[in-house]
Design a protein around this ligand. Structure first.
Ligand code: PGA
Length: 263
């Protein structure tokens, strides 16, 4: 069966950084930098994931200036609407033209005690609203020592995908917790090994065709100096970038990984 190539996806998770005014400055600078460098929109999908309070502003900017970036949110509620103070519905995100929503980031799992089941419910909520969930999985340093690299992320993904319709449009992000914000990225070989196992989980849960088209990202201390080595791996289809996504020149260089020397 001929399979369409997966478009590489470079996603910037801003976390709780940049208010809506600074968001405008970053998106504009990133756009100009990529244009100046002759980046061909469409060869690599670029996603920005600002805080909730920036989404409307970034949506308006992308729309007005016809910027070829996809917009995503960093979380969503499992509920549709109602008495859930502080929560944000997937319906609201869809109205703001969000394409994606990150779920299960290790910072949500750690600081907000989100369980695998909650993350599964969020995946369902995203799909119900036509959003593509970017489902984050990854092992802590202790998990790595006790179980090896793949057991925990594989288990997390199995629960997150439970009951989703076959063929659901999802993105998976493998983010070893020990690599996030530490400057200590996984090796490309480690990332490949786990990403291949995660693709097998997608195949088992959502079907072989869905597994072939699903982008699996690596995340954790990605920068312009190491992105090309990850992108050479057959099961790594992009990156979820935290710290380096806040600096336009650096994020643009990550997006342009194909141009790096030695690739
Ligand atoms: P980092 O974060 O690139 O700053 O390591 C990645 C993430 O948490 O998504």
């Amino acid at each position: 069966m001929a399979v369409a190539a997966r478009t590489p996806f470079i996603a910037g998770n801003w976390k709780m950084n940049l208010d809506h005014l600074r968001a405008v400055a970053l998106v504009q600078k990133l756009n100009w930098t990529l244009k100046d460098a002759g980046h061909e929109a469409g060869s690599v999908e670029v996603g920005v994931f600002p805080p909730f309070t920036d989404l409307r502003t970034v949506q308006t900017l992308i729309d007005a200036d016809k910027i070829a970036f996809a917009l995503g949110a960093q979380d969503l509620s499992v509920h549709e609407s109602g008495a859930y103070t502080g929560e944000v519905s997937g319906a609201f995100l869809a109205k703001l033209d969000c394409t994606y929503v990150i779920i299960g980031h290790s910072e949500r799992r750690q600081y907000h005690h989100e369980s695998d089941e909650t993350i599964g419910a969020k995946a369902h909520a995203a799909i119900r609203h036509g959003l593509v969930p970017v489902i984050c999985v990854g092992e802590t340093a202790e998990d790595l020592e006790t179980f090896g690299a793949s057991a925990v992320p594989v288990g997390q993904l199995e629960v997150a995908l439970e009951g989703l319709p076959a063929g659901s449009d999802i993105v998976v992000a493998y983010e070893p917790v020990w690599a996030i914000g530490s400057g200590q990225a996984a090796t490309p070989e480690q990332a490949q090994e786990v990403c291949a196992k995660l693709r097998a989980v997608v195949a088992a849960k959502l079907g072989a065709e869905a597994a072939e088209k699903t982008r699996i990202l690596y995340g954790g201390s990605v920068k312009s100096a190491n992105i090309a080595s990850f992108m050479r791996e057959p099961d790594v289809d992009g990156a979820l970038v935290g710290g380096a996504s806040l600096v336009a020149d650096e994020f643009a260089a990550i997006v342009r990984y194909q141009k790096h020397v030695g690739v």
